[in-house]
Design a protein around this ligand. Structure first.
Ligand code: ATP
Length: 210
């Protein structure tokens, strides 16, 4: 068994998130990929939409894709949620041996040093980075130095240890961001094909992002 954890605001979830989650699960040979919307994030501005709505949209988006799981552990928690606390909870539940992969986009890796107790994350899970259009691996600064000691090129090692490695995966690049979906909706434009139809319908029904 090996599990992937893909966190984010998902405000709203879109095809960039969904293809990334699906491809990472397949490429790495993970048993399941959990898409985990944050509650009240500590390291960035609050999402526009309630955690309950953001979670509901993720749930609709992954319905029918059995290895993708909508995970509500952060939205259930009140107050600010920090990834390091969530991973500690995962590790306590999963035990010491199960490989866990915290999956993030390249933009998140570049800013990883702004996350609470960021150096501890890799002791709790591997960190897997998805390429994202417009972002490259940092080559200078404290994140770059930290990467150099942990980067592996053989993804097979991720399944042989519970945590501790950093892996960068090449995948289908989809230059989509939730900001663009919010802006389009705000201007009255369609977001069809940027997210599953069930999410489009949910947004319309609840009059979100207007
Ligand atoms: P926003 O535009 O509101 O900043 P976003 O589209 O970047 O949102 P987030 O919920 O902030 O979405 O992202 C969650 C995770 O998904 C992050 O690790 C981010 O790097 C990654 N991600 C988001 N969009 C893509 C994409 N198109 N391709 C690959 N990774 C992505």
């Amino acid at each position: 068994m090996a599990i992937g954890i893909f966190g984010g605001t998902f405000d709203p979830v879109h095809i960039g998130h969904l293809r990334t989650a699906l491809e990472l699960r397949e490429h790495l040979g993970l048993d399941a990929m959990h898409l985990m919307p944050c509650g009240d994030p500590g390291h960035r501005t609050a999402p526009l939409t309630s955690a309950a709505h953001r979670f509901a949209m993720v749930e609709l988006a992954v319905a029918g894709e059995k290895n993708l799981v909508a995970d509500d552990r952060e939205v259930r928690r009140s107050g600010q949620t920090w990834t390091v606390d969530t991973l500690s909870q995962w590790r306590a539940e999963a035990g010491t041996e199960l490989p866990l992969c915290l999956c993030i986009g390249m933009d998140s890796l570049v800013h990883l040093n702004t996350w609470k107790r960021w150096r501890e994350l890799i002791g709790l899970a591997h960190i897997v980075v998805a390429a994202r259009p417009g972002w490259v691996v940092p080559t200078t600064g404290e994140v770059a130095d930290w990467i150099a000691d942990r980067l592996v090129v053989d993804k097979a090692v991720l399944l042989k240890a519970p945590a501790g490695h950093l892996y960068i995966d090449e995948m289908t690049l989809l230059p989509v961001a939730a900001t663009e979906l919010r802006n389009a909706l705000h201007s009255g434009h369609s977001i069809r094909y940027l997210t599953p139809d069930a999410v489009v319908d949910y947004i319309q029904y609840h009059h979100l992002y207007q």
